[in-house]
Design a protein around this ligand. Structure first.
Ligand SMILES: [Fe+2]
Length: 285
């Protein structure tokens, strides 16, 4: 029998949009997601959900632009909370993606959250970081501007929680070319276990290399449109993180519930049963 563990779910890039992608309409897709999350809770309860950004295309640099900068502004971030997240069976936490470039006070008014903060969870702390804070409250259509991880903030949270282990969560970490020496040093801290990101719609696990303390970043996939053209993208699902405090072990994998969806701009229909991928186990001292 499988051992009992605590678990947390993580989703990213769920994209309630003002345009319809080929395949399943937005509303239907998010209804499916919400129902599956409720079912999953009944089957095997989880403690909370962390969302890693891109709830919308409220700010968007392409085609007709983001829905929030139109003559009649639409916040699909507000809509997704009201219509879908409000039904979730557990507490949830949101950090902003590159399509949510709201000024901090607007973001807080819409979501109830700061743009960055920490979530305590037993022996662990999840740092919910804002790495696309370079162009907030824009008046022109754009896709967000990356800003390096706020290392001083991370260190201050770590100092305030002695004896805990930490996870860094952000919409993305451009660690290869846009992070600082201070970030490299931070990554060598053994109390940081690993990082989580979204953004690319993939579920992969990236080994950052010894320069970054040999840490890894697990991406949390998407529940957005499907793209057969980009074969490396995940299909709709979420990342689960299982915690086994006795063994000092965490396990994380990407889970995809049964789905039928159109790819290749609607030309191909794909079906699958439950599948999972990109699993890792991590032991710590
Ligand atoms: Fe996205």
């Amino acid at each position: 029998m499988e051992q009992k563990y605590n678990r947390v779910l993580m989703l990213s890039d769920v994209h309630l949009c003002h345009i319809n992608w080929f395949g399943m309409p937005n509303e239907k897709r998010l209804e499916k997601m919400t129902e599956e999350l409720k079912e999953e809770y009944k089957k095997n309860p989880y403690d909370m959900i962390l969302f890693l950004g891109d709830y919308s295309l409220d700010f968007w640099g392409w085609n007709e632009g983001g829905s929030y900068l139109q003559n009649e502004p639409v916040s699909n971030t507000a809509n997704i909370i009201r219509r879908f997240f409000s039904q979730l069976p557990v507490p949830y936490f949101m950090l902003p993606g590159n399509h949510e470039q709201y000024a901090p006070q607007t973001w807080k008014a819409i979501t109830g959250f700061d743009r960055f903060y920490a979530v305590e969870y037993g022996n662990y702390v999840f740092l919910m970081l804002d790495n696309f804070s370079g162009n907030l409250g824009p008046t022109e259509h754009s896709d967000g501007t990356y800003t390096p991880t706020d290392v001083a903030y991370v260190r201050s949270v770590m100092a305030a929680h002695p004896g805990k282990k930490f996870f860094l969560c952000a919409h993305d970490f451009y660690f290869k070319d846009q992070e600082t020496d201070a970030f490299r040093e931070l990554m060598k801290d053994p109390d940081i276990l690993m990082l989580f990101a979204g953004h690319t719609h993939q579920s992969c696990v990236i080994q950052m290399g010894s320069e970054f303390g040999s840490k890894c970043i697990a991406r949390s996939g998407n529940y957005a449109y499907s793209h057969a053209d980009y074969a490396q993208e995940a299909t709709w699902g979420w990342r689960e993180i299982q915690f086994n405090d006795d063994r000092k072990m965490i396990r994380t994998r990407y889970l995809m519930p049964p789905a039928t969806y159109k790819t290749n701009k609607g030309a191909t229909t794909v079906s699958h049963d439950w599948i999972h991928s990109d699993e890792i186990e991590l032991f710590y001292e």
